[in-house]
Write a protein that binds this ligand. Structure first.
Ligand SMILES: [Zn+2]
Ligand SMILES: [Zn+2]
Length: 512
């Protein structure tokens, strides 16, 4: 049999790579022969066999112990479209470097997986990356049909249809109006890991200019939640097809992240208890970070977003007779000034806090002292204690300043999303899994927090877990009208989510 293999590969190799070294062919034969012994294991987790359908050929073989020839056929067929995958496999075999290099040169331009800035291969899950074109088609369909807030009706229907096609039977719809939770049982009992994706779009025009641009005026997937939905679908398909974990995966498709707090509504409706979720993970694409780079950190990662309005009541009158009035304007001006001391005098200099007065309104004419004035603004913080302090000081300062001028102040402080705080153990674990998925040098395990808010924070208040950023390269920022999700990172995010489940819930004995 080995002779036949050698002959077949020797014939095919020159077609693939002119000038392929003969000893490289020998190595290839050795490798392929080994696959015949236990095809599923040999290639499945070869580092660097990044997502090109090559290893998947072996992965899919149900009958271990044979099929070397079939594998050759399939590998060569796959290699014709993804030579670099074969090259990456070979690189990790003795003597395979030369052969691999030639293949890599030939195949690099046809490589689907992202090309990281570091040049380090990203060993994303092969079967997921092999579906990159399908994932792109799904994502572009969702992008063309955005929905807002809790009205993710068609998006949820799309999700459910796909989940059913993967053979997933436990699907719960209508949570938080259009949210969906699906459960995949592993091969043995164990804990439940929650994976969350948001599904909603933004109320803005899509100026991406893409062929798949929004077909709905005034709505655009400008935050990439279409991509997040597809990442979780791809992870679901892989997990449902392999089930190499002991426990359950709960897939959480959430509406209304962009305002509305769909994450909070899902938690309030009891998904953590109902599905017995032990830990939760989520991620967000990140423009400006290298393609496929994963970043996370223990502790605060994203800010809370609170809004305030301070209504100052005085007594109006003639602009020429101020002595008969209680002028709210000096009170408003003094309040705006005094609020700056919350950051400069009350907060620990090592804490991050923003207090911005962004509106002051009073008066109607130059000769009238108004009856009232109001100020508005926003408070951003990263720690619950700092947030509490800011709210308390803001209220006290506003009331006291108004009183100084004989006026009164009513403070309306509306808490938006809380700070997103990663749990230390789960954040470290997520970074560890990410290193396995995208390579050591493509992971930043202790990144700086950012000031946007994210309602996954509510899920992290309810359960331990972690949130991650996945770089999508040099594209317009999220919420920019020209933004579009980078389809190249869908297999990365999907692999990360799937591996989080497999590594959190290892099967007894370590394998399938
Ligand atoms: Zn957004
Ligand atoms: Zn977003």
């Amino acid at each position: 049999m080995e002779d036949r293999l050698e002959e077949q590969v020797a014939q095919l190799a020159p077609e693939l790579v002119p000038g392929l070294a003969l000893d490289g062919v020998g190595d290839l034969v050795g490798l392929l022969d080994g696959i015949g012994g236990d095809g599923r294991e040999v290639l499945r987790d070869v580092p660097g066999a990044a997502g090109l359908g090559v290893a998947q050929t072996a992965h899919d073989l149900e009958q271990a112990g044979h099929a070397a020839l079939g594998v050759v056929d399939q590998i060569v067929a796959h290699a014709a479209v993804s030579l670099r995958g074969l090259a990456l496999v070979l690189r990790h075999r003795p003597g395979g470097v030369q052969c691999g290099r030639a293949l890599a040169e030939r195949g690099a331009s046809r490589f689907h997986a992202p090309e990281p800035a570091t040049g380090e291969p990203m060993p994303v899950i092969n079967s997921i990356a092999a579906e990159a074109e399908t994932l792109t088609a799904w994502r572009r369909h969702l992008h063309a049909h955005p929905e807002l807030l809790f009205d993710c009706v068609k998006t949820a229907a799309f999700v459910v249809e796909k989940l059913k096609s993967f053979g997933i039977t436990e699907i719960h719809e209508g949570i938080a109006h259009t949210g969906v939770v699906a459960v995949i049982e592993g091969r043995a009992p164990g804990r439940t890991i929650g994976l969350r994706a948001d599904m909603d779009a933004l109320p803005m025009e899509d100026l991406s200019g893409a062929a798949h641009a929004s077909t709905v005026p005034g709505m655009a997937h400008a935050c990439g939640h279409d991509g997040h939905t597809v990442m979780l679908l791809a992870a679901a398909k892989y997990l449902a097809g392999t089930r190499n974990f002991a426990g359950r995966a709960a897939l959480i498709f959430q509406p209304a992240e962009e305002g509305g707090g769909g994450g909070k509504v899902m938690v309030d409706e009891g998904i953590m208890e109902r599905f017995d979720i032990a830990e939760v993970y989520g991620l967000h694409n990140t423009p400006g970070r290298p393609v496929g780079q994963v970043a996370t950190a223990p502790g605060p990662l994203m800010a809370s977003a609170d809004e305030f309005r301070i209504e100052i009541a005085g007594r109006g009158g003639h602009g020429a007779q101020p002595q008969t009035t209680l002028d709210p304007i000096p009170a408003a001006a003094a309040t705006a000034q005094a609020l700056q001391t919350i950051v400069s005098r009350n907060a620990d200099p090592l804490d991050r806090l923003v207090v911005s007065v962004t509106q002051i309104h009073a008066g109607t004419a130059d000769n009238i002292i108004p009856e009232t004035a109001w100020l508005g603004g926003t408070v951003r913080s990263f720690r619950p204690a700092v947030r509490d302090m800011a709210q308390a000081r803001l209220t006290a300062i506003a009331e006291a300043q108004a009183a100084v001028y004989g006026c009164s102040a009513k403070v309306i402080y509306e808490r938006g999303y809380p700070p997103l705080v990663n749990h230390a153990e789960q954040a470290r674990f997520a970074a560890e899994v990410a290193r396995e998925v995208v390579g050591e040098r493509n992971v930043e395990g202790d990144c700086e927090p950012i000031t946007p808010a994210e309602d996954f924070a509510y899920m992290l208040e309810a359960r331990p877990g972690a949130y991650m950023f996945v770089g999508q390269g040099d594209t317009p920022m999220c919420h920019h009208p020209a933004y579009d999700f980078n389809d190249a990172i869908a297999p990365v995010g999907a692999s990360l989510l799937a591996r989080l489940v497999e590594r959190s819930l290892p099967l007894p004995g370590g394998g399938a």
